[in-house]
Ligand binder design. Structure first.
Ligand code: P5A
Length: 447
């Protein structure tokens, strides 16, 4: 993409309404614009990152054996009356009446809708296990929407639902989600720690929240510092293996890690003092096992091997897709702007032309652009007639992890400059080598 043809409405001034750094940077980098309280338009740069995050979530869900689908945002109130949550959900639920006077709602979550789909189409234990998921907008009329996309009213969530014959099977689905979430967040450059939590209006006893440690996090958390040394990495896991998923669960949840809702002072005191940490965290996901709560209420049964009708065991699992943009920025920025992890960056690298209109510089930039594009990479070429300082400031603000700077002086010596956004380190090298380096970083083969 050529910046002169893109839509990147960066702000010079720091917006006064934004209280935390991720919100400020998302507004300044022209990623989002508030449409009304807690509701945002996703401008091109923000939309690109949102799509990249979605893509990682999809890939890891499918890898774990979960099946994508799409349910609507608007739901009928009748299903929620069946589960009893129409009244329980209270003012957070946005209620709508259609022209026929029917009660509808903008879904805050989809346990009821998916249970209705399940009971309509599945009747036998032979069709289990089954995990369906979608990535869809949700609405919760939060009393205090704040911090931009962190606590929105309209927000994008990955929500998945497992259906199993027995509690044991459903607990495997729970563990499988835990494992897949560890991988998902690491691919986004995040360390998200699973912590014992409270199930709130979703219900159930077993639940973990995934928290990214950050000073601006809304939850107070207590944990054993050994947890932050754990890394999931690139392990090959067989998601069907009960033992393998169980082993990961034990490794990542055996140490003390709880949100304030479940914090137990006496238990925490057993952690050696030098390892006891109190911090703040951003909740980027939560997994639940709630047994037959919805299947009992809504009559979602299957015939077991003996032909008896039994209610299915269920759980649900959510990832805050739009919130993740804020969480990633909170975890990865400096005074000059965002620093995107390679896994989610909106463009793979920037190209800065120091002397727009100079034949040689223009030709070198065009050639770099063409080569990178041919490798399947997406560069953002700043081809505006701006001062070098202004171009660098824009690149730093929007946070592309790599920048190639091209100018007449370097070209005389046959080199361009490759700069890492994270370390600020620069290196002069011939254009072909700069291309090869970027290609290697993103796992693309050069000819
Ligand atoms: C699990 C999936 C559920 O709703 N039902 C379906 C379960 N869980 S949850 O914890 O309530 O939400 C899942 C994740 O969604 C994000 N989230 C939000 N993001 C932005 N703004 C909000 N107002 C908001 N509320 C929830 C969180 O990341 C949460 O973990």
């Amino acid at each position: 993409m050529r910046l002169s043809r893109y839509f990147l409405p960066v702000l010079k001034e720091t917006p006064a309404e934004a209280q935390i750094v991720s919100h400020r940077l998302m507004l300044r980098a022209g990623m989002i614009k508030q449409a009304s309280a807690g509701i945002y338009s996703w401008l091109p740069l923000g939309y690109k990152v949102l799509r990249n995050i979605e893509q990682i979530v999809h890939e890891e869900q499918v890898r774990a054996g979960h099946i994508p689908m799409l349910m609507p945002t608007l739901q009928s109130a009748d299903l929620w009356r069946e589960s009893g949550r129409y009244d329980d959900y209270g003012q957070e639920m946005l209620r709508i009446t259609d022209r026929h006077g029917r009660d509808m709602l903008y879904g805050p979550t989809n346990e009821e809708l998916i249970t209705d789909i399940f009971r309509s189409h599945v009747g036998s234990y032979k069709d289990l296990p089954l995990t369906l998921y979608h990535i869809q907008w949700k609405f919760r009329d939060e009393i205090r929407p704040r911090f931009g996309v962190m606590r929105g009213r309209e927000f994008l969530m990955k929500d998945g639902y497992n259906f199993d014959l027995t509690k044991e099977d459903a607990l495997h689905a729970y563990n499988r989600h835990l494992v897949s979430y560890l991988r998902t967040y690491e691919r986004m450059g995040l360390q998200a720690i699973p912590m014992r939590a409270d199930s709130g209006p979703i219900g159930g006893d077993d639940t973990h929240e995934f928290l990214v440690l950050a000073e601006t996090g809304e939850s107070e958390v207590f944990y054993d510092s050994e947890i932050t040394d754990l890394k999931f990495g690139d392990r090959a896991i067989d998601y069907d293996s009960v033992e393998q998923c169980q082993a990961v669960l034990e490794e990542f949840t055996s140490r003390y890690a709880r949100t304030d809702e479940t914090h137990d002072v006496a238990e925490f005191a057993k952690v050696p003092e030098e390892r006891r940490r109190t911090a703040r965290g951003i909740e980027v996901g939560q997994i639940f096992y709630f047994g037959t709560k919805y299947s009992d209420a809504m009559g979602a049964t299957v015939a077991d091997a003996e032909g008896n009708k039994v209610p299915v065991h269920m759980g649900s699992h959510g990832i805050g897709v739009s919130r993740l943009l804020g969480a990633i920025i909170e975890a990865s920025h400096d005074d000059n702007g965002i620093i995107w992890p390679e896994g989610v960056t909106p463009f793979h690298c920037g190209i800065v032309n120091l002397k727009q209109g100079d034949n040689e510089a223009d030709a070198a930039c065009d050639a770099l652009y063409a080569s990178l594009t041919a490798l399947g990479l997406e560069p953002l070429y700043d081809d505006r007639s701006e001062r070098a300082g202004a171009k660098f400031a824009t690149m730093d603000l929007i946070g592309l992890p790599w920048r190639i700077t091209v100018g007449p002086r370097g070209l005389k010596n046959g080199v361009v400059e490759l700069t890492s956004r994270r370390t600020g380190e620069s290196e002069e090298l011939p254009p072909e080598q700069a291309i090869a380096r970027i290609a290697t970083i993103y796992g693309k083969a050069t000819a």
